[in-house]
Design a protein around this ligand. Structure first.
Ligand code: ADP
Ligand code: MG
Length: 603
């Protein structure tokens, strides 16, 4: 049999490879903008004709190219940005594959003019089907202009696949806006069929995204957070400014736009309960991370990236967005409830021990230098936790006298905030953007639940010794269950000893439960535990949840101003302040817009 395998002619191979990079006119815009940005341009013009099918031209005032480079740049794998494998993992430039220009030249006619600062004269090069057909010296400005004409002129099938002008222009516009948001300090101009249609002047990020997204300054909540593994800056729209479409959602990593369904979910879940399910927040979140911790080389068009530590990144994103929302709603009040580092770290790890493990683990991968910040936060965190713990232990004792004494000596805390209790059930307070309603029972359940979780995870809570130890008798099956959870409930402040023969002696109970009937309390814990076990809930969570429900202040209990104050403080020191452990809503925010709507005011 005759041999069948032949090497493809190079122009065919290039066209196939080009298919990966150049899919439509918008791909040209993206690649040419990336190159202009990498050439440190401060002004970039984009000219489009016939939705890019006739012309895509990008003119920049960047560093330009020498004559030799102007010839070389059209070769496949020719790049000035990296030279060895390791560089790929350090690259902070938009490009590094040296593929874009070679691909473009294989599927279109190209004209380039370029000049460096040092050169007197520039170079003009014309290419057709990857071949340089003319090269001349000319007088021109420093910078580079690349005009790509008649895209896919030599591949009619490809050309026929292009969509309507409206759709192709939409894609171009998206690419243009992504670069514009990534680099607000650069001036971007877009000309459409010879008409200047957009000018973005150099500006702050906020001003740039206001122009691009079409919201105003007060509609955004700022994000600015640095953790041990990454830094996030940017803006998210206020919940009430959510949009009907998800178009205005931007993630950038080291200034490169990317899409990530999971990170998007992290943001959406931070807004949960605050926006209706058919609306979408606008956001621009810029992640800065060691380039070694993120792989941007997944696909040539590069909107997909892979984070080394995506689980932690997810948690951090969710935590910082939620923090921003809380701040925006509560203004100074609520923001003081969030100790910056603590809040973020708490949401990542849940406990100091885990934070420590996380640190050790992370420092193995990144090096130790950057983690000193984490050490100082650890101290704050511990202190804050102790405070919350103490506040809690002093909260809601049976005698109101003691409560007042405790808080009078600490009256600065309460001075700043004003709370009203309505129907002995809800706490109302004014916040920056409207008002906040707290369900006291759900909120207290949340506070106790997290306290018990901490107790179960590490340190036991204090217990109240009974003056007269009580003996309780249980059924055989309850005896087995109680023995199964006895170590855990010791941690929670139950001092119970097994006497054998279905008999236990209770010497002490958690402080806030000591007035309840011991036998009944323990039987209820056992019942709830059995019920939950069938649902396969985590044992410790189940115990914590049951006790929290049991011990929480109930609707109908009157609270003093100080008690309300402490409850709200403790609530916002929680990792998940918005929902009770049983999934009930603890906090509802009514924005000024919502209130205005109630009165049929136009806004
Ligand atoms: P990459 O950007 O991955 O290096 P490209 O094919 O896009 O590959 O570009 C090849 C090279 O051409 C770049 O590395 C750069 O040196 C040069 N180049 C391309 N566009 C410009 C420009 N607008 N200004 C200056 N140099 C450019
Ligand atoms: Mg490039």
């Amino acid at each position: 049999m005759s041999d069948k395998i032949k090497k493809l002619p190079s122009h065919v191979a290039s066209q196939i490879a080009a298919g990966e990079v150049v899919q439509r006119p918008a791909s040209l815009v993206k690649e040419l903008l990336d190159n202009a940005i990498d050439a440190t341009a401060s002004q970039i013009q984009v000219l489009i004709k016939d939705a890019g099918k006739e012309l895509v031209q990008v003119i920049d005032n960047g560093m330009g190219m020498s004559e030799a480079d102007a010839v070389m740049c059209w070769e496949r794998h020719a790049t000035s940005k990296i030279s060895k494998t390791e560089d790929i993992f350090k690259a902070l430039t938009m490009g590094f594959r040296g593929e874009a220009l070679a691909s473009i030249a294989s599927v279109a006619r190209v004209e380039m003019k370029t000049k460096t600062e040092q050169d007197e004269l520039g170079t003009e090069i014309l290419l057709e089907g990857s071949k340089i057909i003319s090269k001349e010296k000319l007088v021109c400005e420093t910078g580079t202009s690349i005009a790509v004409k008649n895209l896919f002129f030599n591949i009619p099938a490809r050309r026929n696949f292009l969509k309507s002008n409206t759709i192709e222009f939409r894609h171009i516009f998206d690419e243009f806006n992504r670069s514009a948001i990534a680099y607000p300090e650069i001036q971007f101009e877009l000309f459409q069929d010879d008409k200047k249609s957009i000018v973005y002047h150099p500006s702050s990020l906020l001003a740039r995204i206001n122009t691009v997204v079409g919201l105003s300054e007060n509609d955004w909540m700022e994000i600015n957070e640095e953790t041990s593994i990454l830094k996030i800056t940017g803006y998210c729209s206020a919940p009430e400014k959510s949009k009907k479409s998800r178009g205005d959602q931007y993630f950038f990593v080291n200034n490169r736009y990317f899409k990530d369904a999971s990170f998007n979910h992290a943001v959406m879940s931070a807004y949960e309960g605050l926006i209706s399910s058919d609306t979408f927040p606008a956001y621009v979140l810029k992640i800065e991370i060691d380039p070694a911790m993120v792989d941007v080389n997944v696909h040539p068009t590069k909107t997909e990236v892979k984070f080394e530590d995506d689980k932690n990144c997810y948690q951090i994103i969710r935590a910082v967005v939620r923090k921003a929302i809380m701040k925006a709603f509560g203004g100074e009040q609520i923001s003081s409830w969030f100790d910056d580092n603590k809040f973020v770290q708490d949401n990542i790890n849940g406990s100091v021990e885990e934070a420590h493990n996380f640190k050790t683990q992370a420092s193995e991968t990144v090096g130790t230098g950057v983690f000193s910040a984490l050490d100082s936060f650890k101290y704050d965190y511990q202190q804050k936790r102790n405070e919350v713990q103490r506040g809690w232990e002093q909260l809601f004792p049976k005698s109101n006298e003691t409560t007042n004494n405790i808080f009078e000596s600490n009256s600065t805390i309460s001075a700043a905030k004003q709370f009203f209790q309505i129907h002995n059930q809800y706490i109302v307070t004014q916040i920056k953007r409207g008002l906040m309603l707290v369900d006291q029972q759900a909120a207290h359940e949340r506070v106790l639940f997290e306290k018990y979780q901490t107790a179960l995870a590490n340190k036991p809570v204090s217990s109240q010794q009974l003056l007269f130890p009580k003996t309780i008798h249980l059924s055989v099956s309850d005896e087995i269950v109680l023995l199964e959870i006895i170590d855990d409930i010791h941690q929670l402040g139950f001092h119970i000893n097994h006497f054998g023969k279905q008999t236990f002696v209770v010497n002490g109970l958690p402080a806030e439960l000591h007035l309840l009937n011991e036998q009944q309390l323990i039987e209820e814990v056992i019942e709830a535990y059995k019920a939950g076990k069938q649902a396969e809930t985590h044992k410790k969570d189940l115990i914590a949840r049951t006790l929290a429900a049991k011990a929480s202040i109930k609707a109908g209990t009157s609270l003093s101003a100080d008690e309300m104050n402490s409850l709200i403080d403790d609530l916002f020191a929680c990792a998940e302040p918005l929902k009770s452990p049983h999934g009930k809503t603890c906090v509802k925010m009514l924005s000024l817009e919502d209130i205005a709507k109630l009165f049929d005011h136009k806004i």
